[in-house]
Design a protein around this ligand. Structure first.
Ligand code: MLT
Length: 418
């Protein structure tokens, strides 16, 4: 009989979003007449930009002729896309990032998980890294560390032994302070999923200074950077001098360009970034990641990368911007309605997520989830699903059509008994 990876048994529940789908499916079965509006998982609803569609059609035609046909592509992505990313996403903002430091993939969730392959496994007590996460946190960062044995078991509060949790609370504006102890690795996500908070230049500089002083690796997830509306908020960690020696950055086309189903993301691994080998020598993380990708990954598809490239054309940029503005208008509608109803509301200004304090009448995150589904037939995401410090909070996503968001806001006003 094969031995299993016992670390999976430490995971207390199913992955958050399938768990929500399961509960919603059970509710829908019992209430077949209910018109459920989904503001739970951050999944896009609006069609791809016309420039992307045209580029993907053309790419399909390329595959139809011997002269332009493509087989295996470069595992790290085609140069045509890596060059655009480096130029528009980074160099245009003053970041010293080069095309060969950009690795194109089929999504940043996979990259955040896969990156653990090149870091020492194990708990801090067994020679692994000391890893810090914000709490609440995008569950993938925690669960993937649990799966490969980088943590101990879960505590009754749902935290995993061995991880350093940095609570993001209303008191610290959902941007936790630096850890009191030294950590080897820290996951940062700004604009933040789930709280919608952002990190100012000063905040990011504090992290970069900390990382440089403590030889810490920052895993910076910028999946929601396109939703930043405040011009003073940095879009990339590399806008902070010195960050290229201590940080990698994950980006996604999922929310920026509606690619949740198309699949494309990227990871920037600067060549100046190193980690320590068992013998004390310094090793370039770029080399290890390249080795990992060329062995375990065959690249994102040609058609998809041509589609992603199109968002950097003048028309593509305009079209994608309009869709992001559309979702941010939804976010404002949600924010206004909830505030008007007397709830305490955060986020939704530089991020497509609104983070609200659950009402006194239903303080538990899952209780409020059930109440919202029962009374208003609306699905959101319970804050406790993102970690212990998320208890008492609830996330509402702005990704949906305007009629659905308007209808959901109407139901909040008229059906929900607060
Ligand atoms: C979310 O709702 O938090 C995201 O859609 C999940 C993801 O991007 O994987």
């Amino acid at each position: 009989m094969p031995r299993i990876n016992d670390h999976f048994l430490k995971l207390k529940a199913g992955y958050l979003f399938p768990e929500i789908s399961r509960r919603v499916a059970a509710f829908a079965k019992q209430n077949p007449e209910a018109k459920i509006i989904r503001l739970g998982i951050g999944d896009v609803t609006e069609p791809l930009a016309p420039a992307v569609i045209a580029a993907m059609h053309k790419a399909v035609d390329d595959l139809a002729a011997r002269e332009t046909f493509r087989g295996y592509g470069p595992e790290q992505g085609y140069d045509f896309l890596r060059e655009k990313v480096a130029q528009f996403d980074f160099q245009a903002r003053g970041c010293d990032i080069h095309p060969d430091e950009v690795f194109i993939s089929d999504g940043s969730k996979c990259d955040t998980a896969n990156f653990l392959d090149i870091l020492a496994p194990g708990t801090p007590a067994s020679g692994g890294n000391t890893i810090a996460v914000l709490d609440p946190v995008y569950p993938v960062y925690v669960d993937t560390n649990v799966m490969i044995g980088n943590t101990g078991p879960a505590t009754p509060a749902g935290e995993f032994d061995g991880l350093v949790y940095l609570p993001a609370t209303a008191e610290n504006n959902f941007t936790p302070d630096l850890p009191k102890q030294r950590v080897d690795i820290v996951y940062l996500c700004y604009p933040n999923n789930p709280t919608g908070s952002v990190a100012t230049r000063d905040t990011l500089k504090k992290w970069v200074d900390y990382a440089r002083a403590n030889d810490t690796l920052i895993l910076f997830d910028a999946a929601y950077e396109a939703f930043i509306t405040d011009p003073d908020i940095p879009h990339s960690i590399y806008e902070i001098p010195g960050a290229r020696d201590v940080a990698i950055e994950f980006r996604s086309f999922s929310k920026t360009a509606g690619f949740t189903g198309v699949r494309c993301g990227l990871t920037v691994v600067p060549k100046t970034l190193t980690g320590r080998a068992a013998d004390g020598s310094r090793v370039e993380l770029h080399k290890l990641w390249l080795r990992r990708q060329t062995t375990k990954f065959n690249g994102a598809s040609y058609v998809v990368q041509r589609g992603a490239e199109a968002i950097y054309s003048p028309q593509g940029r305009d079209q994608v911007r309009q869709t992001i503005d559309f979702y941010m208008h939804n976010a404002r509608l949600i924010h206004w309605t909830l505030t008007d109803l007397g709830l305490t509301v955060h986020g939704g200004e530089n991020a497509p997520y609104v983070w609200l304090k659950t009402p006194d009448s239903s303080p538990g995150s899952w209780d409020f989830f059930d109440k919202l589904l029962r009374e208003a037939h609306i699905v959101g995401t319970p804050g406790s699903g993102f970690g212990a410090a998320g208890e008492g909070y609830f996330r509402i996503s702005a990704f949906n059509s305007r009629p659905n968001v308007q209808e959901a806001m109407h139901r909040l006003r008229h059906k929900l008994k607060l």
